[in-house]
Design a protein around this ligand. Structure first.
Ligand SMILES: Nc1nc2c(ncn2[C@@H]2O[C@H](COP(=O)(O)OP(=O)(O)OP(=O)(O)O)[C@@H](O)[C@H]2O)c(=O)[nH]1
Ligand SMILES: [Mg+2]
Length: 189
């Protein structure tokens, strides 16, 4: 007999449930930061220098393929976090990463109203990509910007659709978002 907790117990193989969660949102919303903050492994990032002046004014590098990390949350559940690029020119990656997802987190930069139009387009695309639970997240609330309620109104979300505030540089804040989405996935199962 094998000890309890090893995965094998009284001859039975118990496979822990894995969740594939996608972290998406428009350019500069904080996706890479979010995925990196929670990780318990060495993360995979694919940020490359951007040659677009409009982007380079904001930051020098942007995600061109994906971010990837893993973490264990409440009760030892394992989540795989896949961050996407933000721009529509990488939509082929959005499609690949959305394949088989259990749910998605949609980050909105509350400090940058100029990205709301792109955010709306991307959110509509992701809603069509999979009939899965999602969480809209008002990110960067440590800075002056739109409130979670203003974000809800902009996206015309129904009252039952949760919106959470987040600071993607803060581990507890990121973990709370991930745990909420997993609870939504479990409730929908
Ligand atoms: N103040 C503050 N800054 C944040 C927060 N989250 C991310 N940032 C900053 O926002 C900038 C963009 O963060 P990234 O994680 O690269 O954003 P991204 O969405 O992955 O960007 P792309 O991949 O280029 O679309 C960085 O300077 C981060 O440090 C936050 O919650 N608060
Ligand atoms: Mg990124």
């Amino acid at each position: 007999m094998v000890k309890q907790g090893s995965g094998l117990y009284e001859g039975k193989l118990t496979v822990a449930k894995l969740y594939k969660l996608v972290v998406t949102g428009a350019f500069n919303a904080g996706k890479t930061t979010f995925v990196n903050t929670l990780s318990q492994i060495k993360v995979v990032n694919t940020d490359k220098t951007t040659h677009l002046k409009t982007e380079a004014r904001i930051k020098s590098a942007t995600t061109v393929a994906l971010d990837y990390s893993q973490a264990r949350i409440n009760g030892g559940l394992k989540v795989h976090l896949f961050g996407t690029p933000g721009q529509m020119r990488f939509d082929f990656m959005h499609q690949l990463l959305a394949e088989g997802m259990h749910g998605f987190i949609f980050l909105v930069d509350t400090t940058d109203r100029s990205m709301l139009k792109q955010s709306t387009e991307l959110l509509n695309l992701f809603r069509k990509r999979g009939n899965v639970p999602y969480l809209l997240v008002a990110n960067k609330v440590d800075r002056q910007g739109l409130s979670a309620e203003e974000i809800r109104q902009h996206f015309k979300l129904p009252p039952r659709q949760p919106v959470m505030s987040c600071v993607a540089t803060n581990r507890a804040s990121v973990q709370a978002v991930v745990e909420r989405l997993v609870a939504m996935i479990q409730a929908a199962a």
